[in-house]
Write a protein that binds this ligand. Structure first.
Ligand code: NAD
Ligand code: DAU
Length: 340
């Protein structure tokens, strides 16, 4: 198979390329990424010379460029990881979220139609379902839970999901969608909770926990997310949505305390700050369909996954220190100035 991986220089797409290029030497992977602030070619350094891997810089919104690429390459499958992904940034500046996450997806869908790509897979998120109450642990998101997005980010992802399913119903485009819970692991940009807290705690800086830290996220190691996507692309049924999650719900404050314990740092670094507007209370996934239909199982639990992740950040400081020494400093000052 020749597979186009869009957004493959980001956190999850980058890990996908690192894993699959080695696990599937018989397949050819073409990685397309715009290299926004979140894209980083250093993530792909260990596979850049592999025979079954190529990187191309480009924008999924650029219709002319995308059509030319599809014409030249004749992909068998497209896996779309490319997106604007940070909820706090979507609250500051929603425009680019609609442009990339909705219009960009439409360009890819049109290209798949025009060049008869055999599979378009959209990497979506549990956030399209909105949130669940904290006091109803029995409730989980299922594939038929109604879409109920809260932030401009999740609204843009939900819009893309609707477009993808409309292209299946109207044009018979062979699509699949996966909706995953929160990911953690190596190469995650340090604006997201876990890498942000690791980077700041390592430097003995205060850790900004929103509200009272009681919001719950359902954490999955990025490796397990990617094995699920690979299975869905190869064996999933056309027109279907698959939830991905590992039954790993944690309150944010407990995640932060786990990081502090593992780094041997004091809890006095924790600093409760103003809450995120519209902050979703709890996410929790039901992955039964993926497990029973496709036989997927995660290999990491939260303890083994967090240990591997924290060790990775300690052993690969140059990867994230480059990021936090540049423009990111201005981002942090701007984003957190009103939260004190
Ligand atoms: P990320 O922000 O780390 O990476 C996104 C990548 O997309 C970057 O490399 C960026 O350069 C690229 N990109 C952005 N705009 C582009 C454009 N117009 N054209 C081409 N490339 C562009 O994101 P991530 O955390 O790796 O998320 C990947 C996907 O997984 C997203 O679709 C996201 O919605 C979804 N997802 C993320 C999580 C999570 O916990 N991080 C969970 C579930 C689903
Ligand atoms: O659930 C999947 C989603 O997970 C993905 O679709 C998104 O792309 C990804 O960014 C992530 O969204 P969240 O908003 O859940 O992730 P984030 O790391 O930004 O925040 C996790 C929780 O931690 C959330 O409840 C907000 C809180 N938080 C976050 C930051 C950055 C803090 O308390 N302090 C912080 O500084």
């Amino acid at each position: 198979m020749k597979i186009l991986v869009t957004g493959g220089a980001g956190f999850i797409g980058g890990n996908f390329c690192l894993t699959m290029v080695n696990e599937h030497p018989e397949d050819e992977y073409v990685c397309l990424d715009l290299l926004t602030y979140a894209g980083n070619l250093e993530t792909l350094a260990s596979i850049q010379d592999k025979k079954n891997f190529r990187f191309i810089r480009g924008d999924i919104r650029d219709r002319e460029f995308i059509y030319r690429l599809f014409e030249e390459e004749q992909f068998d499958a497209v896996i779309n990881f490319a997106a604007e992904t940070h909820v706090d940034r979507s609250i500051e500046e929603p425009d680019v979220f609609v442009s990339t996450n909705v219009m960009g997806v439409q360009v890819l869908l049109d290209a798949c139609r025009k060049y008869q790509t055999k599979r378009f897979h959209q990497v979506s998120t549990d956030e399209v379902y909105g949130d669940l109450p904290l006091d109803r642990p029995d409730l989980l998101f299922r594939e038929d839970t109604p879409l109920h997005a809260s932030s401009p980010y999740s609204a843009s992802k939900a819009s893309a999901d609707l477009l993808v399913l409309a292209y299946y119903r109207t044009f018979g485009l062979p699509v699949t969608i996966s909706r995953c819970s929160n990911n953690y692991g190596p190469y995650q940009f340090p604006e997201k909770l876990i890498p942000l807290m690791i980077a700041r705690a390592t430097a003995d800086e205060s850790l900004p926990v929103y509200g009272e830290g009681l919001n719950v996220r359902d954490w999955l190691h990025v490796y397990d997310h990617n094995t699920a996507i690979d299975l869905i692309v190869r064996n999933g049924r056309e027109g279907e949505v698959y939830n991905i999650g590992g039954h790993n719900e944690k309150a944010n404050i407990d995640v932060v305390k786990t990081i502090l314990r593992q780094l041997g740092k004091p809890e006095s670094l924790i600093h409760f700050v103003k809450d995120r507007p519209g902050h979703d209370l709890r996410y929790a996934m039901d992955p039964t369909k993926l497990e029973t239909e496709l036989g997927w199982k995660p290999v990491y639990n939260f303890d083994t996954g967090m240990k591997q992740t924290i060790d990775w950040y300690l052993e690969n400081r140059e990867w994230w220190e480059h990021i936090i020494s540049g423009d990111y400093k201005n981002y942090y000052a701007r984003m957190y100035k009103d939260r004190q």
